[in-house]
Each structure stands twice: as C-alpha cells, then as structure tokens.
Design a protein around this ligand. Sequence first.
Ligand code: SF4
Ligand code: SF4
Ligand code: FES
Length: 345
Amino acid sequence: MSDMASTTVTFRVLRGTIINDKLVQKTQDFEVPVDARTTVLSALEWIKGEIDGTLTFRRSCRASICGSCGMYINGRTRLACKTKVTDLLDGNAFKNIAPAKSAGVIEVGPQRNQPVLKDLVVDITPFYDKVKKLDPFVQDGPEKQIHVSKDAFSQVNMVSNCIMCGNCYSDCTAMVENPNFFGPAALAKAYRFVADPREGHKTERLQELSEKNGIWDCTRCNMCIDACPKGVAPMEAIVKLRSLAMEAGITDNKGAKHAMVFKDDIATWGVLNEPFMLLKTAGVVGALGQLGNALNLAKKGKIPNPFPFDHKVEGLDEVKAIYQELKAHPIDVKTRSNDDGPGAG
Ligand code: SF4
Ligand code: SF4
Ligand code: FES
C-alpha cells in the first residue's frame, strides 16, 4: 500500500431518481478510504459494496475501453475508471486536471446534456440516435475510390478510436444552447466516413452536414478535445469537415459565408467589420432580425466601428504576407504532413 493508505476522501455524489415523471436530485456524502491506486470507479464500487447498494452507475471494462463509465467529475466529464483520486485532489497538469476546489472533496454527477434515469446513469438514446442518423457505414456510390493510401487512412484510424463514451457530448457548450445539434461524437464519426476513400457519397454527406444542427453549429470551444479520453479531438474533425465542405463548393449557408467574410475582412483590413459581417452573412432579412440586439448593444455603446478602414491596423503587412504564403502553399486538410489524424490539428 502507498503512503495514502489511511487517507479518507469525501465523495459528494449527485443522486437522482424519477418520482411522478420528474427527476428529483440531491447530493449525498460518502467517506471513502483511498490510496494512490484508487480510481473514481473503484471508490464508487466501494461505496456500493460497503455503504449503499442502491447507488447506480454504469461500468464494465474498468480499462477505458467500453466507454460506459463517463461521469461529471469535479467540473468536467471524465471516465471514472481512468480518473485517479490523487490526480483530482492534487491536480495533474500532464493530464490537464486542476486541483479540487474543495480540499479532500470529489464531486461526482451524471453526464450532462442527456436526461438522467437514475443517479449516475443517463439516457444515451438521443446520443446514439444522432450517430445513426448520419448513416455510420461506408456506402457504395460514384465517389468511391479503390486505392486507399496510408495517409488517407490515418485520418480514418484516429477517429475510429472513439469508444462512444459521450464525454464530449456531455461537455459540449453548443449542445446546451441547441439540444438538436448533432454533437462532437456524431460529427467525428461523420468525418470518419467522409475521409474514407471507399465512401461513395462524400459530397452528399458534406451537404447534409452543412445544414442546420451540423458542422457550422459548433462554437469551437475546445471542450470536446479536452473531454475525449481517446484523443479523437472531435472539434478538429469538425474543422476539417468545414474545410472539405467549402472545397466541395458547399458555401450557400450562414456558416460558410461567415467564414469567408471573416477571412476577407482580416486579409483586407486586419480586423473584423462586425456590422457588415452580419449583413453579408445573414443577408438583409437576417440582419433586420437582429435589430433588437443591435439596438441593445448601441445603447450600451458596444456597436463596433463599421469603418475599420479609417486607419491602418498595426502589423497588417505581416497579416497580408501570411495570407499570400497560404495562397501559394495551401494546407491540405486531409493529408497534411506529420498529421496522425484530427487530433494533430
Ligand atoms: S468544439 Fe464544438 S463540438 Fe466541441 S464541445 Fe465545443 S461546441 Fe461542442
Ligand atoms: S469522441 Fe471521445 S469523448 Fe466523444 S464519444 Fe468518442 S471517445 Fe468519447
Ligand atoms: S468501465 Fe469501461 S471505460 Fe470505464
């Protein structure tokens, strides 16, 4: 046993049960003896075996393979079997874990963005339905290629590491605003098929993914990259899907228009011209729909200058040089060198 053999830690567990069709939740504290090897999952097993057999959670492999033990642990979604109690208490910069806010306390709750069924168990049906909706299988069709290069397949491999744990889905900020958003796992899965040379309907897939609730609804907050225990980096897969969609000429949507206007503004002025950006992205009707917001911003003196070209931005020449360099040597999002997959972005 390690020098932590006699340490006791408080596990503050958010428990829940459905009563008269409504979820009722309350926290319950358990004092758990831990040592340097204790994981959150082994602590929960100890509580279940020694204190309260009704505590409910999912688990199977205890080895970060099955994806069933995703939980909200000290403010982020993690795999309980992969998360050591010592890392949570002291922090571990290498594993991107901040020290516990309350010393000696570990807070555990169910994953977010999904309905809770009981204690730490959530209903994963919507998560799986979204993956199924994107046809998660290679389809025969006109764009199918016979030759499969190693480079091309490294993209497929990395996204294939997904164990469907739902951690990224739980921490996704876009999902909070729009529960219909496909979410990081389903979109990473979609990239797996778009990147597969054997897929026969790549452009059709990109068209569908560019519609509402798809790739342009991601806010690029990075949370899914942090949350993923398998290095899938869904946000990078989404960024790649966006580039591929635009390369395929799928630009008649707000997201692509926004990206193009953004790029042009920076290349031309070195700053964004936000009032005109809204007009160019959403059109006159869309911009008029934002009039209420604009008036609120104006009242608070927060309307940005619509004429950024009235003075030269410092460093603009360097910005222009970067754009020229990228134009001369464009980055191929699918096969850039030393790229082991979306996570390499
Ligand atoms: S980067 Fe996009 S998909 Fe990933 S968590 Fe943020 S909003 Fe969700
Ligand atoms: S992408 Fe990562 S976090 Fe998301 S479901 Fe797959 S393995 Fe889990
Ligand atoms: S129990 Fe299988 S991933 Fe944690």
